[in-house]
Design a protein around this ligand. Structure first.
Ligand code: BG6
Length: 475
């Protein structure tokens, strides 16, 4: 890898910080996600909430793990210390919108929150860990849902831009790499967490999602414009959760569906990296009765202020089959060649090679791996060890596929594991779905000593970092 390649990890404020309601923090979408141990994803349906579900979770009495996260707000120095001990070079983290603008539409930002991030960045600098900052990662202030209807409302563009400008201005000298919005393409999977939408808010739910993400495009482009004028050193990125699929078979119907599905996945980066709505998307909208409000000035800002780099998260790969699947990205079939973890996330390292190469060939902009990792229920031995050879294997195979893509020309400047230490899961709000190289002793109900234990993968990743990726061998 390049000499200045950054090896590190990624976390999100709402899954790590905790400190619910403290120092002026407002309520966010993440704060109402309950831990429901026996609920299936369809029962929980958190990312596809209707208004009754929303009220139930908002006003209910549940365990809400994200309200305490892993106490990163109070313990950030301990976490940064342990990352420094692993020789971590970068930490991608997000800022809590609902901490800085508790209601989303406040006249002034919450100074206490800004001071927290001042301290955090100063400490990271002392420990030589480069921050990569996501401005919005799944924790929209709840007031923006109650009073505005989430990102479907055009007014939210300005509210978000005001928040973004506040943090860009404040941290411009501490942070070079910025990502406006986490995984902007997951509109069909995460309409609540990412767009703040309720499924019964409009008759045409899909149209609502595309309108909302259009507003996110405009907001991203406006922030890119602002950042470039503010400080030319800043690099503003856009982010995709890689969702490219492979065809189930060589049946032309599978191949064609696969092509069309993938093209609609490129849509988001085509808009933000090429600067315009592609024709195939316009046809898709026409065919699906989707009418969007896109103004001349929206198009002008998108055209003139493209993102500087592409951040990609990669976990699994998906397979599509004509007849069984549709254009809905939530529909896929099982790939018989792949194994999966207990949450059904299929493991396919070569998918990372494939997507990086596809994005590079299409856009030729610098890229970073913003997230890559695997969740397991780890076992802490009585003498405080975690033998996670499965995690080492996962990262080894993925890093080596990344290196292959780089050898063939892709320009990648960072690799961030998700997550370097255990945090609360985004999808299921479990603590026991662990990703870290460092075991953090809290359980699903937030109980535990909070002690850190180094998993085997800690020592392995440390050596990967020290050797700039040349030593991926077993310990
Ligand atoms: C990514 C999200 O899509 O997946 C993270 O950006 C999330 O916030 C990660 O934690 C893993 O998902 P989960 O549900 O296992 O935590």
């Amino acid at each position: 890898m390049k000499k200045d390649f950054l090896w590190g990890g990624a976390i999100a404020a709402n899954q790590a910080e905790g400190a619910f309601g403290r120092d002026g923090k407002g309520m966010s979408t993440a704060d109402i996600q309950p831990f429901l141990p026996d609920a299936s994803p369809t029962e929980l349906n958190f990312n596809n909430l209707d208004s009754a579900g929303y009220r139930k979770f908002k006003d209910g009495v549940y365990i809400y793990p994200k309200r305490q996260g892993v106490h990163f707000y109070d313990r950030y120095k301990e976490y940064i210390d342990v990352l420094a001990e692993m020789h971590t070079q970068t930490l991608r983290l997000s800022l809590a919108w609902s901490r800085i603008f508790p209601n989303g539409d406040d006249a002034e930002p919450n100074e206490e929150a800004l001071l927290f991030y001042d301290r955090l960045f100063a400490y990271m600098k002392e420990k030589r860990i480069e921050p990569i900052v996501t401005i919005f990662h799944y924790e929209m202030p709840l007031n923006l849902i109650d009073s505005y209807g989430g990102w479907a409302n055009r007014k939210v563009i300005d509210l978000f831009v005001k928040y973004g400008q506040t943090v860009l201005r404040r941290y411009q000298h501490a942070v070079k790499y910025w990502i406006a919005i986490n995984q902007i393409n997951l509109i069909h999977k995460e309409a609540f967490a990412s767009l703040g939408l309720l499924s019964d808010q409009a008759q045409h739910y899909e149209q609502l999602k595309f309108q909302a993400v259009h507003h996110q495009f405009v907001a991203s482009a406006k922030l890119t414009e602002f950042a470039h004028e503010l400080n030319p050193d800043i690099q503003m990125g856009m982010m995709l959760a890689d969702s490219l699929t492979v065809p189930y078979s060589c049946d032309p119907a599978d191949v064609k569906l696969n092509f069309r599905r993938n093209r609609m996945q490129f849509f988001y980066s085509d808009v933000l990296l090429r600067g315009e709505y592609p024709e195939y998307a316009r046809t898709y909208f026409e065919d699906h009765g989707i009418k969007l409000d896109i103004t001349e000035s929206d198009q002008a800002v998108i055209r003139s202020h493209k993102a500087d780099f592409l951040a990609v998260s990669y976990y699994w790969s998906n397979t599509v089959k004509a007849g069984e699947n549709t254009m809905d990205p939530n529909t896929t079939v099982k790939n018989p060649h792949l194994k999966a973890n207990r949450w059904g996330w299929s493991i396919n390292a070569s998918g990372l090679y494939f997507c990086i190469s596809e994005y590079w060939d299409r856009y030729r902009v610098p890229m970073m791996i913003a997230e890559n990792g695997i969740g397991y229920k780890d076992r802490l031995t009585p003498d405080g060890q975690v033998h996670d050879d499965y995690r080492i294997q996962y990262h080894r195979e993925h890093i080596s596929e990344l290196q292959e893509a780089v050898r063939e020309g892709a320009d990648v400047f960072a690799y961030c594991s998700w997550a370097p230490f255990d945090i609360v899961s985004a999808g299921t709000a479990e603590m026991s779905k662990r990703y870290g190289f460092i075991y953090v002793d809290y359980d699903d109900e937030g109980k535990g000593s909070g002690e850190f234990y180094y998993k085997d993968s800690f020592f392995w990743y440390q050596r990967v970092i020290d050797s700039n990726g040349t030593d991926l061998s077993n310990l």
